[in-house]
Structures are given as C-alpha cells and as structure tokens.
Design a protein around this ligand. Structure first.
Ligand code: GDP
Ligand code: MG
Length: 552
C-alpha cells in the first residue's frame, strides 16, 4: 500500500520509494529507507499535507509525495515475518511495440489467458497478472503496444501515465527480434528515462529461422540493458528472463549501465542547458529523468509542455526552449529538431546493430510471399481479384447459404406443423407454434448466412489477404478521409454492425476511427437481408445473385 493510504495514528514500515531522481534522493536522505517505521501524526485541515513521524522527527509530505512511498501497515500485534515477504515484491511492466508478443509473454509467465491477436490494438488497457519466481512475488502488467513514448496516441499516453504514476520496479521491454531496428527506437526512449530495465528479445525463433545471428550479449553491454532471447509462443527463455528481472531488481546484473544515447553535439548542448534549468524544479524530475523531460520538451511534446507551463517559472523554461530551438535552426537551416533527434537515435541503433548482427547466412526468405504480393496488389489484376474475392464471398454467403436456409425453414415448418396437429386449439398452441417456433425460426434462418460470411472474413484475415485488400483500397478509402484499414471493419459491417464497430479499434487515427464508426451503420448488415430477399425474390427471381451484389 502507499503511505498516503494510512490513516492518522496508523504506523507503517517503508518498503521502497517509487519516484525518480532528485525527489527519491531527497527522500532517502531524509531517512525514508527500507524498513524504517513511519507514523501518521496528523493531516492538515484540507487533508493535505500530512505530518509524519520518522526516526524520531516530524516531517510534512504532500499527498502526491506520500503516494510515491510504498509501505506496509504495521498492526500492533503483527509479526515481523510479513515484512520479509513484502520486501520481495517486484512490480514489472511489459512495454513494447504492438504485436511484439507482450500478451503472449504475459500469458505464459503468469498463466493467464488474455486474448492474443495478430493485429494492433488488441490490448487497450493494462492487464494485471501475478506469479512467484524463486521466492519473489512478481506483479506483472501487460500494457498496450506503443511505438514511442510521445503523447500523440491514446496508447502512448496510457503507457506514459502508467510509468509516471505507478513507477514499476523493473520494465521488461519486449522487442520483436524480426523487426529489431524499429523496435529499438522505443528502447532508446526508455533508456532516456533511466529506469531499471530488461529487454526480452522475443520472436527469437523467427530470427533463428531466418539464419540471422545476433550477438545479444554485446548489444546489451553496448546499450547498458541486459537482453534475454525469448520465444513467447513456446515459453523458451521465460525462466531466464525472470531470473534477469530479479537480478536487475537486486542491482546485481553486470550488464546494467547508464548509457546516454548521444544526440549530436548541438542537440546535446541545448539539452544540457534545459536540463540544468529543470533541475531547479525537483517536482519535474520526480517521475521522469531530467534528460527525458528535456528531450520531450525540445520535441514539443504537448503533455510535457503543459506540465512545464504550470510551474512557477514555467514561462522562463519554455522561453529557454524556444531560444535553444532557434539557435539550433540557425546552425542547421532547414533541419527540424524533432527529426534530427529521431535520426540520431536511429543512427545509434544502426551503429549498435552493425557491430552485433551477422546477416551472412541470412536465408532469402519468402519468395512466395513476394510473388503473391506482386499479383494481388498488381495494377491490372489487383482490383479484378479483389472483386472476384468479394463476389465469391457474397455468392457463398447467399447462394450457398440458401441451401441450409431451406433446411432450417423446412425443419421449422415441420416442427410448427407438428405442434399445430397435436396441440389442442387455444392460446398455448398459438404461442408455441407461431410465437416460439415461428419467431425463433425466423431469426435462426439467417444463421448460415452469418456463419459463411464470417468464415470467409476470417479466412481472408488469416491468409493475409485482408492486409493486401486494405493496401489496394487505401486510395479509395482516403477519399473518404479514411485509411485502408477502415476497409476491414467496413467489410465486417456486412455481417453485423456491432463487431465491425468493435473492429475499428485497430485504426490508429482517432478521426479515422470515428468516421469509420459513423459510416458503418450505412453498410448493409445481414439483418437487412430479409428485405433484399423480398425485393429480389419478388422482382428479379431470374438474376438473384447479380441483383444482390448490386444492392450491396
Ligand atoms: P502484443 O500485441 O505485443 O500483445 O502481441 P501478442 O502477444 O498478441 O502476439 C502477436 C502475435 O505474435 C501472435 O500471433 C503470437 O502468437 C505471435 N508471437 C508471440 N510471441 C512469439 C514468438 O516468440 N515467436 C513467434 N513466432 N510468434 C510469436
Ligand atoms: Mg497484447
């Protein structure tokens, strides 16, 4: 529990100080160290700040500060032993790009059964899990996938706020080994934050099957973060990962070293001045390192700018920032500072990988994939193939689906007839024959349509055709202000609007997501089939498939 949760008169024992940098240092200097007893003396009239007694002296802390002190409550008769147990709790957060295998790792480590998906945005909030490893009790949190720690997308904001408010003891940065260069960008941001961290080099099986060799030990030493290869699908390397987490927590891992990702002479100069200025405000670096805050400030990160603006001297710091950016632009005309920072980070990554990756035995893989790509996204064949696939889908849904529909109709009719024959006249007969059998029958008769449509859609998704369809549809979707990805939920809308609106969460941009949701009800869902059936059956019995497609 947190110190702020103790009530007046209660006593707690300190487990650890969360927080960061100057705040943490000051607290430790004041005697807030593991094992110390602390008593709540009294709270100010507005409940903030609160006066505490520690080591025989009294100290007042704001609630926000007391929130960063983890304690266990000491009941008067509580035995000593529970102390040792609590001390060995490690809070671990899984952070990584979408689809790098965080949830798989979470499930295999904690024995949970969270949904694993092959598209982004499956995990939209944090999932908690728990496990014990070699006497340590580990709380594991699966966070949404994120490409960076900017405050641009909801996922990024979520992860950053989590890191800020919950200050996990150890971060497990899950890195997709088959996509290592892009994945390490997030790692450089975590390095800037200067937190205890372990890298899980996941999908290691794919790296091996591609014949690529990565000297992860050297890479880990270079970036100052221990790296453990894992294959979350099978659980390989997870034990070693947890061992490393414990070692890092106990500050016993030799690979841990604080590294600066050098951002070039001029950026570094600007950073140093801003950092010095920030250091005068301990509140700023309570959660994040001054370097991280200074970089985000230079990048113009909205949330950090707002936080700085609210400081007593905020305007001054922002002025300094603007001055530094102007100076930089004078030296590098036409260069955007944010882009330069990203370039330098990628330069750092490329450099580190150049020394540790051996591609000499790389297999020239997936020629078939490339061949399929050139055909299904071809200028000439792309759309005809797409239309054929769609036409097949609807033909299967409606023409093939009409057979089981007939069977169901016959069955329902037969059951209804049975009731009519054998039940005595009266309200019960009407209820069962027309109400229940007729009513339910009228609904389940559409089941074959829906099942076949969903089968086709899942086949397209799992075979990877959906991604290609999104690719070729992108331009048309773009006219509506949408991304090609919106196409997937829109197609699902043919089945049912509810799951299709749920599927929009794979779309990153908020505006695209909302537009897709709003136009989705205009897509003809399967519940509208009876009306089409009526129209087609009445007016165009000879060309039903064709008219059906045209109606859609
Ligand atoms: P998340 O978005 O980071 O939570 O990723 P998921 O755990 O949902 O995994 C994304 C996909 O990668 C799923 O299809 C997993 O089965 C697959 N996957 C996860 N870990 C591995 C691994 O180590 N090797 C391979 N080959 N596939 C993996
Ligand atoms: Mg996930």
């Amino acid at each position: 529990m947190r110190l702020s949760e103790l009530h007046t008169g209660q006593t707690g024992r300190i487990i650890k100080i969360l927080g960061h940098g100057a705040f943490r240092k000051r607290m430790i200097e004041m005697g807030f160290v593991r094992g110390q007893e602390i008593k709540v003396v009294l709270a100010a009239p507005l409940r903030d700040p609160v006066k505490y007694e520690i080591m025989g002296y009294e100290v007042s802390l704001r609630r926000s500060e007391a929130d960063l002190v983890e304690v266990e409550q000491i009941a008067s008769e509580q035995p000593e032993t529970s102390h040792a147990r609590h001390e060995r709790t490690i809070n671990v957060a899984l952070i990584g790009n979408p689809n790098c295998g965080k949830t798989s790792l979470f499930n295999i480590a904690s024995g949970a059964h969270e949904h694993v998906g092959n598209y982004s945005g499956v995990t939209v909030d944090a999932k908690m899990g728990h496990l014990t490893h070699k006497g340590y009790s580990i709380n594991l949190v699966d966070l949404p996938g994120t490409y960076s720690l900017a405050s641009y997308s909801p996922e990024e904001l979520y992860v950053r706020r989590y890191l800020k408010n919950e200050t996990p003891d150890v971060i497990v940065n899950v890195v997709d080994a088959s996509n290592i260069e892009r994945n390490l960008y997030l790692t450089t941001e975590l390095i800037d934050m200067d937190r205890s961290m372990v890298i899980a080099l996941n999908m290691y099986d794919e790296l091996e099957s591609e014949g690529i060799k990565l000297d992860f030990k050297t890479l880990g030493q270079m970036i100052g973060v221990p790296i453990v290869p894992t294959t979350a699908k099978t659980g390989r390397g997870v034990g070693e990962l947890l061992d490393t987490v414990v070692r890092v927590y106990e500050e016993q891992d030799p690979a841990v070293r604080h590294v600066h990702v050098h951002l070039g002479h001029d950026v570094e100069a600007a950073l140093t001045d801003i950092k010095d200025c920030l250091k005068a405000h301990p509140a700023v670096s309570r959660h994040f390192s001054p370097r991280f805050m200074a970089i985000k400030l230079l990048e113009g990160d909205a949330e950090v700018m707002e936080e700085i603006r609210r400081l007593p001297d905020g305007a001054g710091i922002l002025e300094l920032r603007d001055k530094k950016i102007k100076e930089f632009e004078k030296i590098h005309p036409g260069d955007d500072l944010t882009a330069v920072i990203a370039d330098e980070k990628y330069g750092f990554i490329t450099g580190a990988l150049a020394e540790t990756v051996d591609r000499s035995n790389e297999r020239d893989r997936d020629n078939t994939t490339r061949l399929i790509d050139t055909i299904v996204t071809n200028k000439l064949f792309g759309f005809p193939i797409f239309l054929t696939v769609m036409a097949f889908t609807f033909w299967a849904t409606f023409t093939l689906g009409s057979y089981p529909m007939e069977w169901i109709e016959t069955l329902v009719g037969w059951l209804g007839g049975l009731c009519r024959d054998y039940l005595p006249d009266g309200w019960l007969k009407d209820l069962v024959a027309d109400g229940i059998i007729g009513g339910v029958g009228g609904v389940i008769v559409f089941l074959p349509n829906i099942l076949i449509l969903y089968l086709c859609i899942s086949f397209m998704e799992d075979s990877g055709y959906m991604a290609r369809a999104a690719f070729i549809m992108d331009k048309i979707m773009h006219r509506l202000g949408l991304h090609g990805k919106s196409f997937i939920p829109l197609v699902m809308g043919f089945g049912c609007t509810v799951p299709s609106i749920m599927a929009t969460r794979s779309i990153e941009s908020r505006s695209s997501r909302i537009i897709t949701i709003l136009i989705n009800p205009f897509i003809s869902c399967s519940a509208r089939i009876p009306i089409y059936v009526l129209l087609v059956g009445t007016f165009f019995p000879a060309h039903s498939t064709l008219v059906f497609i045209t109606l859609y």
